[in-house]
Design a protein around this ligand. Structure first.
Ligand code: NAD
Ligand code: UD1
Length: 317
């Protein structure tokens, strides 16, 4: 797929990953339409684009909104979701309507508009407690939360739309994404955004469990680049699934220490019982994305933390 004169719809484009992806795509000359209901996203996140995008305030649960948002687009980057695992446990029907039915709505609107390339934000959560680390894409899926089940269902629908409708979807299983603009507003926000906010503001950070749980933390600019590569990847008759991580594991305790050091503060964490539905260990095998998409993460964990802490202390995103 060529970038020249291309227009891409980003659902959830006013969010954390969406706004960084919008910047990467726009820098390549790609025209953008953003559909977002602004439930967790903010238009301020897109301020660096200086208004050079079409914005529609709307919901992926609304097929009409999706149809009009896709007008003139050649590809869709579908990021809109209810992203919190604990919230999906508390409100499974709401999460299903947004994450599962919303994704089906996106595929169906794309089919109606003749758009073949839909890039779906899936998640490492689909692997559940599978401990064959690092996790390759062929590893068994195991859904331990409604969120994980909904992301997996999105992949199943992608496969169906590929085989029955001749579409060419790409599913990206993001691991734990972090970076500037990740919103720490909710207690269920990403762990690094919560640690950074707490330590920069002189508050107590909480570790659930003993801090030995591990995650593959990937810097948001690397994820945005993976999204671009997926949009531009050649069409395929099979639905494509790729891990987007770094292949490295960091424990929650190590993550706390890294944030503490970058923030230049003396602090100790509070400890609380492990959270319901949480997986313990997670790490990506990124060999397939390297070989097929040319994806190479450029930011180390510590470089990402330094940049994110600097942003949180008032620097540029
Ligand atoms: P985010 O909350 O910052 O972004 C989600 C965006 O979608 C927000 O702008 C929000 O306003 C919008 N939105 C939510 N519900 C909507 C709806 N019904 N209709 C239209 N817009 C809606 O979260 P994020 O971290 O940028 O996540 C983006 C995607 O990546 C999600 O699909 C998420 O599940 C997935 N993902 C994120 C991570 C991570 O670590 N952040 C990891 C794996 C997968
Ligand atoms: C995150 C994403 C999810 C994504 C998944 C992919 C968020 C909010 N969720 O889920 O969308 O699909 O990665 O792997 O970004 N923790 C603490 N203290 C805190 C907060 C969390 O110790 O204040 C711990 C949790 O118990 C967990 C780990 O940190 O062990 C990571 O939690 P979190 O950042 O919420 O991410 P995931 O649940 O992995």
């Amino acid at each position: 797929m060529s970038e020249a004169k291309m227009r891409v719809l980003i659902t959830g484009g006013a969010g954390f990953i969406g706004s960084h992806s919008a910047e990467v795509l726009r820098a390549r000359g790609i025209e953008l339409t953003v559909l977002d209901n602004l439930s967790t996203g903010h238009l301020d996140n897109l301020s660096s684009l200086g208004g050079r995008f079409r914005f529609l305030e709307g919901d992926v649960r609304d097929p009409e909104a999706l149809n009009s948002a896709m007008e003139g687009c050649q590809a869709v980057l579908h990021l809109a979701a209810l992203v919190s695992v604990p919230e999906s446990i508390r409100s499974p029907l709401l999460a299903h309507a947004i994450n599962a039915t919303g994704t089906l709505n996106v595929l169906e609107a794309a089919r109606a508009q003749g758009i073949k390339r839909v890039v779906l934000a899936s998640s490492a959560a689909v692997y559940g407690e599978n401990q064959n680390l690092p996790l390759g894409e062929g590893e068994a899926a195991q859904s331990l939360s409604p969120y994980a089940a909904q992301k997996y269902l999105g992949e199943v629908y992608a496969s169906i739309y590929s085989h029955l409708q001749g579409m060419s979807p790409v599913c990206l299983r993001y691991f734990n994404v972090f970076g500037p603009r990740q919103d720490p507003a909710s207690p269920y926000s990403g762990v690094l955004s919560l640690f950074i906010e707490a330590l920069v503001q002189g508050k107590k950070a909480t570790i659930f469990g003993d801090g030995g749980a591990t995650r593959d933390f990937v810097y948001v600019e690397d994820v945005a680049l993976a999204n671009l590569l997926a949009i531009l990847a050649p069409e395929s008759s099979e639905p494509l699934i790729f891990n987007v991580g770094t292949g490295k594991r960091t424990s929650i305790l190590q993550a706390f220490e890294a944030v503490r050091e970058a923030a230049g503060v003396q602090a100790t964490p509070a400890f609380a019982p492990p959270r319901e539905g949480d997986i313990v260990h997670s790490c990506a095998d990124i060999g397939r994305a390297r070989a097929s998409l040319g994806y190479h993460p450029r930011f180390s964990f510590s470089e990402g933390i330094t940049r994110t802490v600097a942003w949180s202390q008032g620097g540029n995103a």
